[in-house]
Design a protein around this ligand. Structure first.
Ligand SMILES: [Zn+2]
Length: 352
């Protein structure tokens, strides 16, 4: 059998799809020199002894997660009553999806995949909303949370993958046909590895794009497009950040949780502008996850910062996992078990 590599695919993902080991792919495709080699779109691979996997959910963490995986799950999500909406497009014109469950008046917003090397957060949020829809449909409890009743009060909006171009770059590297080939190599000083990349495809950090002390953060950060931390020439120059801005403006979120991956901590303040109830809320999130609450990271320009400043409502940055980004695919199991309760408790924070 032959497989032609799609955008956002890796050796681990292709092996998982066919139910074989990454090592088997190397055996029959001698042009691949290691399990972590990049495989560019259009590459032809020989597949042998495959047992096709019908389960799109890789709970054990055998493979990475990107836009193509999210899009594969969308038809299933729709069939379960999950709302699927395109809220904008990335620089490379990939759709940015918002998924919605629940019927209630309390609107809550979860987002992930802001940084290119933090795809665990995208996978977590996608699988979380799928489980939520399933429990709602079956009227089942989940960890003693009565989901159907909860979703009568709550509408949860989730954007699992804010930065699809960036995630694909981290997973697949750069190749001649890539429309940003020259710019990316220049920004990356000629290096061809992208594990450290967290920006979008134009070298702008999407969590540095927000009008909350933006000037302060911009001054202390790189002054030109870069793999990380470049704030752009002004707030909201990037289409991915604009899409989140519009979505936030169109809704009336009671509070927001933005998921990132590094440190197992929860940031909950912004220059003292956060409301008093944020303190009690973060205590509850921390109890459910054992992540440490930290008032502020002494930084500006983030989405959570802007949300707090703009609305006066609570905003949280959840840092899942610990180690070096990108965390290994195997780390997903721990991310899942540490964050399910936190994300469930996040649906009830309005209820004191
Ligand atoms: Zn991040």
């Amino acid at each position: 059998m032959r497989h032609i590599v799609n955008e956002g695919e890796t050796i681990a993902k292709i092996a998982y799809m066919y139910g074989i080991r990454p090592f088997d792919l190397l055996l029959f495709n001698r042009h691949l020199d290691s399990e972590s080699a990049y495989v560019k779109p259009g590459t032809k691979l020989h597949i042998t002894n495959s047992i096709s996997q019908s389960d799109p959910f890789d709970w054990d963490g055998k493979a990475e997660f990107s836009q193509v995986d999210l899009e594969n799950i969308l038809p299933l999500m729709k069939s379960m009553g999950v709302g699927v909406e395109i809220i904008g497009y990335s620089v490379m014109r990939k759709p940015i999806y918002a998924l919605t469950v629940g019927r209630g008046e309390k609107e809550i917003f979860y987002s992930g995949g802001w940084h290119a090397n933090e795809w665990h957060t995208s996978k977590f949020l996608t699988l979380f909303i799928h489980q939520l829809a399933l429990k709602d449909q079956m009227d089942e409890e989940w960890e003693e949370y009565r989901i159907q009743k909860l979703l009568d009060h709550v509408k949860l909006v989730v954007v699992p993958l804010v930065n699809p171009d960036g995630v694909d770059l981290v997973l697949q590297g750069i190749y001649k046909e890539h429309p940003f080939y020259d710019q990316i190599l220049q920004m990356n000083k000629g290096m061809t590895g992208f594990d450290h990349w967290s920006s979008n495809i134009r070298g702008v950090d999407l969590n540095h794009q927000w009008a909350a002390g933006w000037e302060i953060e911009a001054e202390e950060s790189p002054q030109q497009p870069w793999s990380r931390h470049y704030s752009g020439t002004k707030p909201l120059t990037e289409p991915e950040a604009k899409a989140i801005y519009r979505l936030t403006k169109e809704h009336c979120f009671n509070y927001v949780l933005a998921f990132h991956s590094q440190g197992q901590v929860i940031y909950w303040g912004y220059r003292g502008l956060e409301p008093a109830e944020s303190n009690e809320m973060v205590r509850r999130l921390s109890l459910k996850s054992s992540y440490t609450p930290i008032h502020t990271a002494d930084s500006d320009g983030g989405y959570k910062d802007w949300f707090i400043k703009e609305t006066g409502k609570p905003g949280f940055t959840i840092e899942v996992g610990v180690g070096t980004n990108p965390l290994s695919p195997k780390a997903f199991a721990e991310v899942w078990s540490n964050n399910c309760l936190l994300a469930l408790e996040g649906l009830c924070l309005w209820d004191r």
